[in-house]
Design a protein around this ligand. Structure first.
Ligand code: UFG
Length: 329
C-alpha cells in the first residue's frame, strides 16, 4: 500500500515525501511541475507528472498503484495572486478537489489529509484563532480552501471519505541539511525575500503597509517550521488510518511576529544588514493571523520542536545560502 502525495514536488509536499520515505512508507507523487521542482522529489518516490484536474491521468495513477491514503498539497496558494486571478484559484483548487474526491470514491480510497489555510478565517476578532472561530475569508484563495473543506464534508457524508483539514499559518524554514527548501518563481513570501536580500540578490525588502492597527504598524503572522508541519501530517494520517473522525486542526506556533520583527531577526541570524523600503498595503492581506494549535496538540499529540522564529529563519538561511539559485544550476 502507498500514500499518494499530490503536489509532492512543491515546497511543503517535497518535505512530506522526504519524511514519509524516512519512515519507510511507500510514496507515490503526482505533480504538474507548474510550481514544483523535479529535483525536489525524493528519488525513492514513484513520480507521475500530471494535473489532478485531468481525470484520466488521476485514474491512471489510482489504477497503477495501491493507494491507502492521500496527502493533498496540489493547489495555488498566493493570497495576492488570488485577488487578481480568482478563477485560477477556483479552477485549480476547487475543481481539482472535485475530481480528486470523485476518483477517490471510485477507487474506494477513504483517507485524505488536506492542506488548508489560515486564510479561511479572514479578519478574526479572536486572537489567537481557534478552530471554532467563524471563517470569513478576505481573498479568493482562502475562499477556495473553505469551499474545498465544505466539499470534503459532503463527500464524507455521501461516500465515507474521512478527512483531516490542516489550516496552516505561515510555513517557513527548510530541512536542516539544505537538500530541499523553498524555491518559488517569482518569490513573494516574506522570509525567502528577506534572506535573498541578505544574500545580496535583492537590493531591499518592500514592507507592504506600515499603517495597520498592530504594535509597529506592519502585519503580524504566525510562522511554523515546515518540519513541524509535516510531523502533524504524519500524525493526521495515522489518526485517520486508526479510524478517527474527520476534523480540522490549526497548525501554527501560537506566536505572532510583525514584518519588521522578521526583518530584525533575520539581521541577527544572518549577521547582514537588510535594507527596507516602505510600500503600500498588499491586496487581500489580513492584519493579524495568529493560531491556537492547542487542538492539534491535544488530539494528535503534535509537539512542534523547531517553530521558534530564530530556528525557522536559520534553517531557511542554510537552504538559501547553500542554494542561492534554488533548484536551478
Ligand atoms: N510581506 C512584505 N513584503 C514582502 C512580502 C511579504 O511586507 O516582500 C508581508 C505581507 O504583506 C504579509 C507578510 O509579509 O503581511 C507575510 O506575507 P507572505 O507572502 O510571506 O505570506 P502570506 O501571509 O501572504 O500567506 C502565507 C501563505 C498562504 C497562507 C498564509 C496563512 O502564502 O498560502 O500564509 O497565514 F494562507
Amino acid at each position: 500500500m502507498a500514500i499518494l502525495v499530490l503536489g509532492g514536488a512543491g515546497y511543503i509536499g517535497s518535505h512530506a515525501v522526504h519524511e514519509l520515505i524516512e519512515q519507510n512508507v511507500k510514496v507515490v507523487v503526482m505533480d504538474n511541475l507548474e510550481t514544483g521542482h523535479k529535483k525536489a522529489i525524493h528519488p525513492k518516490a514513484k513520480f507521475y507528472k500530471g494535473d489532478i484536474r485531468d481525470r484520466d491521468q488521476l485514474v491512471e495513477v489510482f489504477n497503477q498503484e495501491e493507494i491507502e491514503g492521500v496527502l493533498h498539497f496540489a493547489a495555488s496558494s498566493l493570497v495576492w495572486e488570488s485577488m487578481i486571478k480568482p478563477v485560477k484559484y477556483f479552477d485549480n483548487n476547487v475543481y481539482g478537489m472535485m475530481v480528486l474526491l470523485d476518483v477517490m470514491n471510485q477507487f474506494n480510497v477513504k483517507n485524505i489529509v488536506f492542506s488548508s489555510t489560515a486564510a479561511t478565517y479572514g479578519e478574526s476578532d479572536v486572537v489567537p484563532i481557534h478552530e471554532d472561530v467563524s471563517t470569513r475569508p478576505t481573498n479568493p484563495y482562502g475562499e477556495s480552501k473553505r469551499m474545498m473543506e465544505q466539499i470534503m464534508k459532503w463527500c464524507e457524508l455521501a461516500h465515507g471519505i474521512k478527512y483531516v483539514s490542516l489550516r496552516y499559518f505561515n510555513v517557513a524554514g527548510a530541512m536542516r541539511d539544505g537538500i530541499i527548501g523553498e524555491d518559488h518563481d517569482p518569490e513573494t513570501h516574506l522570509i525567502p525575500i528577506v534572506l535573498e536580500t541578505a544574500l545580496g540578490k535583492r537590493k531591499h525588502v518592500t514592507i507592504f503597509g506600515c499603517d495597520y492597527d498592530t504594535k509597529d504598524g506592519t502585519c503580524i503572522r504566525d510562522y511554523v517550521h515546515v518540519d513541524d508541519l509535516i510531523q502533524a501530517h504524519i500524525l493526521a494520517l495515522q489518526y485517520l488510518i486508526a479510524g478517527n473522525e474527520s476534523t480540522v486542526f490549526n497548525l501554527g506556533s501560537n506566536e505572532g511576529y510583525s514584518v519588521k520583527e522578521i526583518i530584525e531577526t533575520a539581521e541577527i541570524v544572518t549577521g547582514k544588514k537588510i535594507q527596507t523600503v516602505l510600500g503600500d498595503r498588499r491586496l487581500g492581506d489580513p492584519p493579524i493571523l495568529v493560531a491556537s494549535s492547542q487542538k492539534a496538540k491535544n488530539i494528535l499529540g503534535w509537539e512542534p520542536k523547531k517553530s521558534n522564529i530564530e530556528q525557522i529563519i536559520y534553517d531557511a538561511w542554510i537552504w538559501h545560502s547553500k542554494n542561492p539559485n534554488g533548484y536551478r544550476e
